[in-house]
Design a protein around this ligand. Structure first.
Ligand SMILES: Cc1ncc(COP(=O)(O)O)c(C=O)c1O
Length: 311
């Protein structure tokens, strides 16, 4: 998917022109995937651009870094990264919203498998990115398959972190799904429970109850997931975290995916089983979610960071 260039990329304190924001080909992260990253969205609101759940994303970035020493030795705090994100959006003039990609990588200098002697490097980019699974998908839903690839196990690569290299697992599942004619893949855990999509958390609705797999079944602790659980409960729905097996998907009344990239996307088919068009529960939660990120719900105003002073 092509994405439009922005003006500048932030590299450890300096705003560098987009085309000059480069690293050496022997940068170890390029070879072994040892790095961590985040995906964050800013939305246009009637008070200017606002970033959704900015601080929790930066906190998760630094938590991921703690799993992968020495990435946790960067000099930047959550406050620094929050301020940098806002400045980057201002510098790049993203009035219509954007996607933000901070990443911490190992810089050029060492090439062995031991990451400890390497210096970490912090980079943040932003660009204007439309809906990840397509505008149409937000209304009409996507078709998903059950991947033959299992979600990375707790004792292989920690699923709680958001490490660059773990996305080999997601990308293999995504390619398999696309080649089989589906839009997205659902991954099961090593022990056969539903974990999540390749870059999205998953919710099912059974008899009006919204269910999502617990983190112990391996999904990423999605920030959209937590926000959507709160929205759904505030709308009066019962929301439970419980293990799900594939037949819970086939027999669901409604299914939807959540994530920064995919936002809240309905699922209309799972591996040949028809789930149907976007259902009433999905629509209610999705509509409040959209109003929230657009700054139209006062109750959740503190989930947004306005890039320019709203006053
Ligand atoms: C594997 C995976 N699951 C779920 C999500 C959704 O998380 P979030 O809502 O924090 O974007 C993401 C995106 O970061 C992801 O990469």
């Amino acid at each position: 998917m092509p994405f439009p260039k922005a003006d500048k990329i932030w590299m450890d304190g300096t705003f560098v022109p987009w085309d000059e924001a480069t690293v050496h080909v022997l940068t170890p992260t390029l070879h072994y995937g040892y790095g961590v990253f985040e995906g964050i969205r800013a939305y246009p609101t009637d008070r200017g651009s606002a970033v959704f759940q900015l601080r929790p994303h930066m906190e998760r970035l630094l938590r991921s870094a703690r799993l992968y020493p020495p990435l946790d030795t960067i000099p930047w705090t959550v406050d620094d990264l929050v301020e940098t994100a806002c400045e980057l959006i201002r510098v790049n003039g993203h009035d219509a919203g954007c996607y933000l990609r901070p990443t911490i990588i190992l810089s050029y200098g060492e090439i062995g498998l031991n990451p400890i002697p390497s210096e970490p490097q912090t980079i943040m980019a932003s660009w204007e990115w439309g809906s990840y699974l397509g505008e149409d998908a937000l209304v009409n839903g996507v078709r998903v398959m059950i991947s033959s690839y299992r979600r990375i196990g707790k004792n292989t690569i920690p699923p709680a972190g958001k490490a660059n290299g773990q996305y080999l697992n997601s990308s293999l599942a995504k390619v398999e799904a696309l080649r089989a004619g589906y839009d997205e893949a659902i991954m099961l855990s090593e022990d056969g429970f539903v974990a999540e999509g390749t870059g999205e958390n998953l919710f099912v609705v059974h008899d009006g109850v919204i269910k999502t797999p617990p983190l112990s079944d391996g999904p990423l602790g999605g920030i959209t997931r937590t926000s959507v659980m709160q929205i759904a409960r505030d709308l009066g729905f019962e929301v439970v975290e419980c293990s799900l097996v594939r037949t819970d998907l086939f027999l669901a009344d409604e299914i939807f995916l959540t994530g920064t990239a995919a936002e809240l996307t309905p699922v209309r088919e799972v591996a040949g089983y028809d789930i149907g068009p976007r259902g009433p529960v999905t629509e209610a939660v999705q509509s409040t979610f959209i109003d929230t990120v657009r700054g139209r719900v006062d109750r959740y105003a503190d989930w947004l960071t306005w890039v320019t002073d709203p006053s």
